[in-house]
Write a protein that binds this ligand. Structure first.
Ligand SMILES: [Zn+2]
Length: 445
């Protein structure tokens, strides 16, 4: 490397948390970034001796870490935040969510809702999100305009919905979307069969064949509630995981969301076949769906990511809160406070999510060669003092509100707490308008 070559950015934070190759907090280290990628991470004097940067950002009270990966959600459902509280999953879907979506979901709704979600996600340190919702064309476009990294899953459901008459039409539209974005540097399109109980066997097999041909990911809700699994056993004698195994669907490109009901045999099947699991603790808690055995899955070598699910069942998209819930839940379930330590938790929310979405060659850790998706969290305020171990503040205090800077592939999306690519005033105004219209519709009955 030539001495004193001009690069884009040197970041000199109080602490660096690279996640890999070692997951420990480093003090006195800097990060060199150029053309959207991480060039080097090393002791600050070395980095500064080797490179001169157009921007040298000193953040002495901050911890810099990889951007968080929200591995499961329905972004535009942010416009339904808080609707139907107190109902279990099936009644919540059938009595509240599906009727409201049936009336209101449109391209404009999805565009405005996705922007609302992204504004919240960027502010709270998420750089990459997975989305499964109607009109994925609108969410892909919104993500591209905002400069966020995303896995956009086109929804596949056997009954008529606001976006498609049936699964065949969904596949046609979804494959066209894949064609459109096949070379996009930040977006990946994938298959989003909604759930085992809304997609028949023949369609699941067709989806797998197409995903293999195109080398795309598949994400589905799987074993979300005990009721869903009991019903499957009564009807077919098999759980959904066993049915997926028979269909050949347990493959590394399958991302299974929730997995709150999973016995030892099913856990072995998942581990042996390389399926990844997305844990959504707050959504599972709010809908009283059950508990995903994350420490057991990690011990078995399963790739586990973390997701917020839609804001309608959470009700926020703050991945720092999600980390806290996941950590506390694992400790409470096991009776062992050593389960899911703060460092393990941050790894799950970053590199874990990247692995689960098959993006770990690009993002998830602060390693040279990876894309510069990273965030800075300001631990200078009273709610963070004193700082003995920054990872404790990240997981167990309100760190989502302390995110000051966000970069995706080296581009600043948040600077000193200010959104750079999203207009929060306009987003807020449109969200309020949707809220008023939807409430008026509900009042009419
Ligand atoms: Zn979901």
């Amino acid at each position: 490397m030539p001495e004193h070559a001009d690069i884009d950015l040197i970041l000199e934070p109080g602490w660096l948390l690279p996640i890999a190759p070692v997951n420990e907090v480093l003090a006195g280290y800097s990060l060199a970034i150029d053309q959207g990628r991480i060039l080097a991470l090393g002791p600050s004097d070395q980095v500064q001796a080797n490179w001169r940067a157009r921007e040298h950002l000193r953040l002495p009270d901050h911890v810099v870490l990889p951007g968080l990966v929200n591995a499961h959600g329905h972004a535009a459902m942010s416009l339904l935040r808080g609707l139907g509280e107190g109902l279990p999953l099936q009644r919540w879907l059938e009595e509240v969510i599906w009727p409201v979506e049936g009336r209101w979901a449109s391209e404009a709704f999805i565009q405005d809702g996705t922007q609302l979600a992204m504004a919240e996600m960027v502010r709270t340190g998420t750089t990459c999100f997975s989305d499964m919702y109607f009109f994925p064309e609108a969410s892909a476009r919104a993500a591209q305009l905002a400069g966020m990294r995303a896995q956009i899953l086109f929804p596949l459901i056997q009954f008529p919905n606001p976006w498609s008459r049936d699964i065949s039409e969904g596949l046609d539209k979804g494959l066209r979307l894949h064609d459109q974005y096949r070379d996009d540097p930040l977006l990946r399109i994938g298959f989003g069969p909604h759930a085992p109980y809304t997609v028949p066997d023949a369609d699941l097999q067709r989806i797998l064949t197409l995903a293999d041909e195109l080398d795309l990911q598949i994400q589905t809700h799987l074993h979300e509630t005990a009721g869903e699994v009991d019903q499957a056993r009564q009807q077919t004698g098999l759980s959904h995981i066993e049915r997926f195994a028979d269909l050949g669907l347990l493959v590394p490109r399958l991302q299974a969301v929730h997995m709150t009901q999973i016995n030892e045999r099913e856990l072995s099947l998942v581990a042996e076949t390389g399926v990844s699991v997305i844990h959504c603790p707050q959504s599972n808690l709010k809908l009283a769906s059950g508990f995903c055995p994350v420490p057991e899955l990690l011990a078995a070598g399963v790739r586990v990511g973390l997701g917020t699910d839609g804001a309608a069942s959470n009700d926020s998209l703050d991945m720092f809160t999600e980390m806290r819930f996941a950590s506390l839940l694992a400790k409470a379930r096991s009776g062992d406070p050593a389960q899911l330590t703060a460092l393990q938790m941050v790894e799950t929310a970053t590199l874990g999510g990247a692995r689960a979405l098959d993006l770990a060659d690009r993002i998830g850790s602060l390693e040279p060669g990876k894309e510069a998706d990273l965030i800075a969290v300001d631990l200078g305020g009273v709610a963070s003092q004193p700082v003995y171990a920054p990872q404790a503040q990240l997981v167990h205090t309100n760190a989502g509100s302390l995110v000051s800077h966000v970069w995706v592939a080296g581009r600043a999306l948040l600077t000193n707490g200010q959104l750079q690519t999203l207009d929060s005033t306009a987003i807020n105004r449109r969200a309020r308008n949707w809220g008023r219209q939807i409430q008026a519709g509900l009042d009419e009955g």
